[in-house]
Design a protein around this ligand. Structure first.
Ligand code: ATP
Ligand code: MG
Length: 171
């Protein structure tokens, strides 16, 4: 199974982010992420044997993580990845704590982890060759209340993200 942990904006937020992508595309071109698929990856696991699912479920459930709000207030461009993303110029400490706590536990359980520090990015456009005309956007407040374990499946030429487990972050 191809798995990753993610934060998933609610439908209203995803609709607004789809609007951002549409605006941005005028200058950047690129391929918009479909509205249902808009998310922020917390930790990418890649190919995982299904026998490891109980370990991942336990790990997610035991993670001492708190709910938080984060303002999406900027558009970023990563030329190597060729993506335009929504990001935050003021990521809360709770998000860093969630990402690092998860990484620590994943590493402890023998899963591969990312070396680079965590940067929140909600990918909006792929296959982008030039930076968007503007980076500033009216801030969008995202109330992050849970974390998901997602299976990434390719079906009929489309990428589908199937929730496997939802973990509630404590208030
Ligand atoms: P496609 O690969 O077909 O373009 P996708 O990237 O949306 O589709 P996946 O490759 O399954 O689908 O990736 C799922 C999520 O994990 C996405 O948010 C993706 O950006 C992220 N991701 C994929 N590969 C890595 C990686 N090697 N390191 C970090 N994040 C990754
Ligand atoms: Mg990919």
């Amino acid at each position: 199974m191809r798995l990753f942990f993610a934060l998933w904006p609610d439908e209203r937020l995803r609709e607004t982010l789809t609007d951002w992508a549409r605006c941005c595309r005028a200058s950047s071109r690129g391929r918009p992420v479909r509205m249902p698929n808009i998310h922020a990856t917390l930790a990418f696991l890649g190919e995982v044997d299904p026998s490891r699912l109980p370990a991942l479920r336990a790990l997610g459930a035991e993670l001492p993580a708190r709910a938080f709000d984060v303002a999406l207030d900027r558009l970023g461009y990563w030329p190597r990845q060729r993506i335009v993303y929504a990001g935050s110029s003021v990521p809360p400490a709770a998000l860093a704590a969630l990402a690092s706590g998860l990484k620590l536990r994943l590493a402890g359980a023998g899963f591969p982890t990312e070396e680079r520090p965590y940067v929140l990015h909600v990918t909006l456009l792929r296959d982008v060759r030039r930076a968007p005309a503007t980076a500033a956007v009216a801030p969008l407040l995202w109330h992050v209340r849970d974390m998901l374990l997602i299976e990434s499946v390719r079906a009929g030429g489309m990428q589908l993200y199937r929730p496997i487990e939802r973990f509630t972050l404590t208030a």
